[in-house]
Design a protein around this ligand. Structure first.
Ligand code: PMP
Length: 396
């Protein structure tokens, strides 16, 4: 098996095939460790020093709708979107959150409040990101409730909220809202654009929706900073989202906001200074090569072992990269071929932890594996795929 390109080893030379079936591989979560080698190579470029006397106040700027948003972060977010071209920022309110997880809940609160006699239904087309259901229901809110697959939703003549994840987690598809009520009535929409970045998918136009959420976790791999942001058209909705965050955590870590602003600045400089083909100094170019190589190798081993099917993606023109490409999603949505009915269990039998289709409102013949693990784990995963060849040859 070939190794993926790294910044030190751009051609991806030399890795031996040594399956280690006794080691448990955790590909259940999408912990984005794949990008760590890039940031290691960046050395001190992103180092932030914060003195003991700095960033002490709860407040950032009282005049802003989101009064705990640091100006440095606001400017960095606007710059990043304009360099990448993946979202309209002009005239939008930016709300910062502790990850886009908090912003999802803030958006539900904002769209559902003050609320009526019954909680408003929240839907998303299956297969949907498994956390939506859990986050929507865990507090048994009187404002909103999870109503499952948007395709099967029967309450479209009343108020509802539809979540549109594009590219989608788990299957990488590009999506639009699916529910159409009487005379074209749509619900209130939340667009979760966590993966609308050029290393995962071609950027076909700047996204322009009422509420769009993004996360630093998946754009750069810094999940531990716990920073997400929402671009919100309507001021009242942005105010209510801010209120939710005020109630739940009185703002968002300023230390993190400054670290993120710094890293975003380094990325933008890299994009502008190194915007040439295969320049691995440019973060998105590095990420694109890494993801493309991972997907290519995975497709090769999957084709060889014949045990799974993988989704196919259309080729689109990417405005950021200036070329035609396929998506290279952060997750692989594996479908077991033949009469294997439980893909998660099948992988578990080979000591691979994945997340089964049922969690995404889908068929258990599917299971989701992360494509963002560390190099080491991804290599072991590929090597273990090679063992499946033996199983399929034996007809097991
Ligand atoms: N939305 C989607 C579609 C995701 O995949 C994730 C992370 N797995 C999130 C939101 C939450 O990201 P975070 O809270 O780390 O910003």
């Amino acid at each position: 098996l070939a190794a993926k390109p790294t910044i030190e080893n751009p051609k991806g030379a030399g890795v031996s095939c040594s399956p280690e079936p006794h080691v448990l591989l955790n590909l259940d979560q999408g912990d984005p460790m794949a990008f760590e080698p890039y940031w290691r190579k960046m050395g001190d470029k992103c180092t932030v020093v914060i003195k003991g006397s700095e960033l002490m106040s709860y407040l950032s700027d009282r005049r802003k709708v989101c009064w705990f948003l640091e100006t440095e972060l606001e400017e960095a977010i606007k710059r990043l979107h304009s360099v990448i071209g993946n979202a309209v920022v002009d005239g939008r309110h930016i709300v910062v959150g502790t990850g886009s997880t908090q912003l999802y809940q803030a958006a539900l609160y904002a769209l559902a409040s003050p609320g009526g006699p019954d909680p408003i239904s929240v839907v998303c087309a299956a297969p949907y990101y498994s956390q939506y259901q859990e986050e929507t229901n865990y507090l048994r809110s009187g404002l909103y409730k999870w109503a499952g697959d948007a395709h099967a939703f029967s309450g479209k003549d009343g108020p509802f909220i539809e979540v549109v994840t594009s590219p989608n987690n788990p299957d990488g598809s590009i999506r639009k809202a699916v529910v159409n009520g009487p005379s074209g009535h749509q619900g209130k929409l939340i667009h979760d654009l966590a993966y609308y970045w050029p290393h995962y998918t071609p950027i076909t136009s700047p996204a322009d929706h009422d509420i769009m959420t993004f996360t630093f976790s998946k754009s750069t791999g810094h999940a531990g900073s716990r920073i997400g942001w929402a671009l919100v058209k309507d001021e009242e909705v942005a105010r209510k989202m801010t209120k939710f965050i005020e109630y739940s955590s009185i703002g968002v870590s300023k230390d993190s906001q400054h670290r993120v602003a710094k890293i975003m600045g380094v990325i933008c400089n890299g994009c502008q200074d190194f915007k040439s083909d295969h320049n691995l100094e440019n973060f998105f170019e590095f990420g694109r090569c890494l993801m493309a190589e991972r997907w290519e190798t995975l497709r090769q081993v999957v084709a060889k072992n014949g045990v799974f099917d993988l989704p196919k993606f259309p080729t689109e023109y990417c405005l950021f990269n200036g070329d035609f490409a396929e998506s290279r999603p952060a997750f692989a949505w594996l479908k077991c071929n033949g009469d294997r009915e439980d893909c998660e269990q099948f992988l578990k039998d080979h000591k691979i932890m994945s997340r089964g289709g049922g969690r995404f409102g889908s068929d258990p013949r599917f299971s989701r594996v992360s494509m963002l693990s560390s190099d080491e784990v991804f290599e072991q995963f590929l090597n273990r795929q090679a063992i499946f060849t033996k199983y399929s040859c034996l007809g097991e």
